[in-house]
Structures are given as structure tokens and as C-alpha cells.
Write a protein of this length. Structure first.
Length: 297
């Protein structure tokens, strides 16, 4: 069973942008400039972001994306994770890299890359998701780090970044097999031995997605929902991608109302529970009979 050609095209774009991030990101870079560079490079190549580019610093593991007026900059001593997705017609690839500006954490960054490569090396059609997790956890322990146990890789499907099946970062019994013709993101996270090895919700939520496209009894909000559907379908979005739809205050109120009505869901920033630094590595792959194709390499 073959996969859609769009996955290969999206993967090639993601691979080019991964290299561009490595050459562009430096101490003093504004987070907003980096995510806008990533997203503009995606659209200029004829694709679309599959979700807002995440740029997460130090103990923040996932789900931070800058607001339109964000002035945060990369500082000397930071560990910076950049996680982004590319889609063409809903066919998604998802990838992430970590760049260290702190020699103390260079080994942890390298460890996540090894964890990812060893996981990819173990994958072939029919392997169970939990066995991939076993490989990731064993590599983390051997290298002197902890995996983040409540973050995981995931199946990818048209217009769905997280498509049901999880690929844990530790051994888990009774998990499904990975199948030829399916697409998966393999996504190890590591922290120090002092860390809890789990993430908790932080205070900020800047990323949202539609979970229902239903009338809410307010014609202005209904038009807003229709516009969100036309732009993003079920894919995540953030305020800077909708700033043309109203002023900041109105958008915040509209989003808050739709969250309360369960038309939208929010994705809180995720932070390591002991505030230890976190590194991440991610590729999107598809299994074949005797191995794996890495789409985002």
C-alpha cells in the first residue's frame, strides 16, 4: 500500500526548512521572527503550516507559539526547540529540532537525536508502538537522561496531526502495530535525571483548533467559525494567523466564548514538572516491509 505523493513533497519542504532553521537561529533571534520565517518558507513553497510553528525554550517542552507582539528573544544559555508541520492538501508531516546555546545541555540534545535514530532503526511493518517506546527509553537511560513519559509520537492522517494511535517514549504493553501505508511522527523528548520525566500544563494557551462546526446562536461567532473552518479545518491555529479577522480584544473574547461552548479546544503550554530543561527530536516516517522511509530527513 503506497502513501500519497503529497507526503513526500511536504517532507522535502520540511527537510529544507529544518536546514534553514539551523543556519538562521542564533542568540538574539526574536522568537516571532523565527516562527514567521518558518511559516513563510512553507507557504512560499506552495504548502501550508499544519499547525503554528512552536518555539519552546528550556523547561517548556511544547505548545508555545508567539503572539503578534511577542518580543522574546533567544538568550545565551538557552536550549531552543523548534517544532513545525507542513501540509499539502491536508497531507501532513511533522518535524522538530533542538538547538543548544548552552554547553551544559549539548549532550542532552545529542541524546534525543540518538533516541530518534535508534527508534527509526527499529521500525518496520508490524512492530508494536510500545516496542518503539522501549527502544527510546533504553537509549535515554544508556545516555544518562530521562524520556518525557507523558509526551508521545503519533499517527498522522489527512487534516489530523494527532490521528489516534500514540507512539510512547517508554515501553507500553498492548499497543497496536505500525502498518505499511500509514504515516507516523516519532517524537522523543529527554530531560535530565533531576527532572520528573513528565510535563504539566503551563499558564499560557495560544494554540487552538476546531472540534465542532456547529451554530452557537450568535451570527458573528458563526461567521468566525466558518472562516476558521475554511482556513484550518481541524488543524491548530494561533492568534497571529487570524489577526486580520478582528482586533486583539475581540479575538480573545471570541476564542474564549468558543472554548466555553466546546467549539474550540485549547493546547496549553507544556512544562517539565521540575522545571528541568527539555530537548526534542522528531521525524515523520512510514514503515515498509523491511524498514522505514523517513519523510522529513
Amino acid at each position: 500500500m503506497s502513501i500519497a505523493e503529497e507526503y513526500f513533497k511536504a517532507g522535502k519542504i520540511a527537510s529544507e526548512i529544518r536546514r534553514k532553521i539551523k543556519s538562521s537561529l542564533s542568540v538574539g533571534s526574536r522568537l516571532l521572527d523565527i516562527v514567521e520565517m518558518v511559516e513563510q518558507n512553507i507557504t512560499s513553497r506552495g504548502a501550508q503550516p499544519a499547525f503554528p510553528c512552536n518555539i519552546c525554550i528550556n523547561s517548556v517542552a511544547a505548545h508555545y507559539t508567539p503572539l503578534p507582539q511577542d518580543d522574546l528573544q533567544v538568550k545565551d544559555g538557552d536550549v531552543v526547540k523548534v517544532d513545525f508541520g507542513v501540509h499539502i492538501g491536508g497531507y501532513i508531516v511533522d518535524t522538530a529540532i533542538t538547538i543548544s546555546f548552552n554547553i551544559k545541555y549539548d549532550a542532552m540534545v545529542r541524546a534525543t537525536e540518538i533516541m530518534l535514530q535508534e527508534a527509526i532503526g527499529a521500525i518496520r511493518a508490524g512492530i508494536r508502538a510500545g516496542e518503539v517506546g522501549r527502544v527510546i527509553h533504553a537509549a535515554a537511560q544508556r545516555l544518562g537522561f530521562k524520556p518525557i513519559l507523558n509526551l508521545s509520537g503519533h499517527a498522522v492522517a489527512p487534516y489530523l496531526v494527532h490521528a489516534g494511535l500514540s507512539i510512547p517514549n517508554t515501553y507500553t504493553a498492548g499497543t497496536p502495530e505500525l502498518k505499511v501505508g500509514q504515516v507516523y511522527a516519532i517524537e522523543p523528548f529527554a530531560t535530565t535525571l533531576r527532572g520528573a520525566g513528565v510535563v504539566v500544563n503551563g499558564p499560557v494557551t495560544n494554540i487552538f483548533s476546531l472540534v465542532a462546526r456547529k451554530p452557537v446562536g450568535d451570527s458573528t461567532l458563526d461567521r468566525f467559525v466558518d472562516e476558521l473552518w475554511s482556513r484550518f479545518r481541524t488543524l491548530p491555529f494561533t492568534y497571529r494567523q487570524i489577526k486580520d479577522l478582528g482586533d486583539a480584544g475581540w479575538l480573545e473574547r471570541a476564542v474564549k466564548s468558543l472554548l466555553q461552548k466546546r467549539v474550540l479546544r485549547g493546547y496549553p503550554v507544556l512544562v517539565e514538572a521540575q522545571n528541568e530543561f527539555v530537548a526534542q527530536a522528531e521525524h515523520t516516517i512510514t514503515p515498509v516491509e523491511n524498514g522505514v522511509i523517513v519523510l522529513t530527513e
